[in-house]
Design a protein around this ligand. Structure first.
Ligand code: ATP
Ligand code: RIB
Length: 290
């Protein structure tokens, strides 16, 4: 089966800084690197490295051909990525020594996806395929509706978090993943705790504490502790986790096993600097001593 990912593609400009800048502060970076990023691209690469067939639906400007080439090189099907007149999205990322980050985003081409493009791409999906969305592109609600009508498993990674964006796709979702701060914000906005959301499976990630799975049909919840590692850069950990969980589900792994593998991948990811380019593959994940 395949994973269809309506997802952002960014150039990540990463600055190592002694601490995250405060309001009005000018700060000298100690290092600069550029990576392929965007929550969408990161999830596509993670799922492809976890062994899934991933078709990315997205858009770049003429300045983003390198990103499409890199996604192809990393095993992602890029035939549904359009080249548009807007500039490619980018992210300015500051990372401090503890691994914590601060991100400024420019959506650019990520907000230039058309209905036609979406319809054409998803018309090639088969029932039982997975559709994943995050909150860095336009057309999320149209995609979620189309996905539901086509019998796809519709998944949403609620990041960057916006309660209204989640509320708009909620009726179409089979699977929702969000971190604990986002889960609290969603509960405040909707009055619904994760266990009472109208979504069959919900995962709340808890950073270095791991993740919690809610099966809202059975009312069961299960905790998964994270591996203990020394984090140097947490950017993209959530995307890696999500890509691996989706790939595991797509391959028919029981959810606890898919989460276990995702937990290993995300733990390795936080020990590395960078985003899509450094997401571990299945062999790294299976061989790592954690
Ligand atoms: P980000 O926005 O930083 O990519 P997120 O907020 O979406 O991440 P988190 O809950 O921080 O998501 O992390 C996702 C998963 O990554 C966790 O469930 C855990 O498995 C793993 N993880 C994150 N931080 C650490 C850490 N310090 N040590 C080990 N595993 C971690
Ligand atoms: O989750 C990390 C990602 O968020 C980065 O790759 C950056 O592009 C932003 O979208």
């Amino acid at each position: 089966m395949a994973i269809w990912n309506l997802g952002s593609i960014n150039a990540d400009m990463v600055y190592a800084v002694p601490h995250l800048p405060g309001p009005g502060e000018t700060l000298a970076a100690t290092e600069f690197s550029q990576f392929l990023g965007g929550k969408g691209a990161n999830m596509s690469v993670a799922a492809a490295r976890a062994g899934a067939h991933v078709c990315h639906i997205g858009a770049v400007g003429a300045d983003g051909r390198w990103a499409v080439e890199r996604l192809t090189e990393y095993g992602v099907d890029t035939r549904q990525i359009a080249e548009v007149s807007a500039p490619t999205g980018h992210a300015i990322i500051a990372v401090e020594a503890s691994g914590e980050n601060q991100i400024i985003l420019l959506a650019g081409a990520n907000h230039a996806i058309t209905q036609d493009q979406l319809g054409q791409a998803l018309s090639q999906a088969g029932a039982g395929d997975t559709l994943v969305l995050q909150n860095e592109t336009n057309a999320q609600v149209d995609a979620a509706k189309m996905g539901r009508d086509l019998g796809l498993k519709v998944c949403y990674a609620a990041a960057p978090f916006d309660a209204e964006a989640v509320r708009a796709v909620l009726p179409y979702l089979d699977f929702l993943i969000l971190n604990e701060v986002e889960a609290a914000q969603l509960q405040e906005a909707t009055g619904m705790a994760p266990a009472s959301l109208p979504v069959a499976q919900v995962i709340v990630t808890l950073g270095s504490k791991g993740a919690r799975l809610f099966d809202t049909n059975t009312g069961k919840q299960q905790d998964f502790p994270a591996f203990k590692v020394k984090a140097v850069d947490t950017t993209g950990a959530g995307d890696t986790f999500t890509g691996y969980v989706l790939a595991g589900m797509d391959r028919g792994l029981p959810m606890p096993q898919a989460i276990g593998q995702a937990m290993r991948a995300a733990a390795i990811m936080v020990t590395r600097h960078g985003t899509a380019d450094v997401i571990p593959d299945l062999k790294d994940v299976q061989d790592a001593i954690l």
